[in-house]
Design a protein around this ligand. Structure first.
Ligand SMILES: Cc1cc2nc3c(=O)[nH]c(=O)nc-3n(C[C@H](O)[C@H](O)[C@H](O)COP(=O)(O)O)c2cc1C
Length: 210
């Protein structure tokens, strides 16, 4: 089997983590860098990743996650947030980064900056939230694959109360909205889900030749 397919078959949405096993600092830095390198629409990355270490806060988050204990037992917990302020300042900061990183003449990028400002400026607030949330899902997908290649377990999670998370983590004052949660760590040997076969639609239902 191709190595990539072995990795993707090895991973599963972990239901029970071994709370004794910890992702090393070195490996955790790789996960962070994978998130940082995630592609995004226009490259704007309207995201922030909150890493919750405090176990008593994580205990409160379990209650805000329909009792899903992965939030507490995993080695580390990512809360993937979108920025609420998706405005000209976000675009200006991206444009400055392009100018600095690539040594670009500001004159050469001004039209592109104005184009992005127009597209995003014309969105309703709901459209901006939807657009930014899509970027969060791309980051989640990249994180899941990176974890799998490193034999680190992870659970993609939408099953949580975003308002309660925002309250517990004081995200409103930081102008952040939680969109996804992803505990990472190592599976508990008693988690029966690791032995279940993958349930996926057949390829002939998923792919159409034209
Ligand atoms: C966006 C998203 C949200 C999910 N939310 C949860 C969740 O809250 N809790 C959970 O246990 N699994 C959650 N899952 C896991 C899916 O149920 C799981 O990925 C799917 O059944 C396929 O199984 P596998 O990942 O083990 O191959 C979520 C998956 C995705 C992609």
């Amino acid at each position: 089997m191709h190595q990539i397919l072995e990795d993707l078959t090895w991973r599963y949405a972990t239901k029970k983590f071994d709370s004794e096993k910890v992702v090393s600092d070195e490996n955790f830095e790789v996960l962070k860098e994978s998130l940082r390198l995630t592609p995004s629409s226009y490259g704007l990355q309207p995201l922030q990743f909150v890493v919750v270490e405090n176990k008593s806060i994580r205990n409160q988050l379990v209650a805000a996650s329909f009792g899903q204990a992965q939030v507490q037992d995993a080695s580390h917990l990512f809360v993937i947030c979108i920025e609420e302020a998706i405005d000209d300042a976000l675009i200006d900061s991206y444009v400055s980064a392009v100018i600095d990183t690539r040594n670009v003449d500001p004159e050469r990028i001004v039209n592109y900056a104005n184009y992005m400002k127009k597209i995003i400026g014309e969105m309703t607030n709901d459209e901006r939230i939807t657009w930014a949330s899509k970027q969060a899902y791309i980051a989640l997908g990249q994180l899941l694959h990176t974890c799998a290649t490193m034999r680190i377990d992870a659970t993609p999670m939408e099953g949580f109360d975003a308002d309660r998370y925002a309250e517990i983590l004081d995200l409103k004052t930081k102008k952040l909205r939680p969109v996804l949660v992803c505990p990472v760590g190592y599976r508990h040997q008693s988690d029966g889900m690791q032995h279940e076969k993958k349930v996926r639609r057949d390829a002939d239902k998923l792919f159409k030749k034209m």
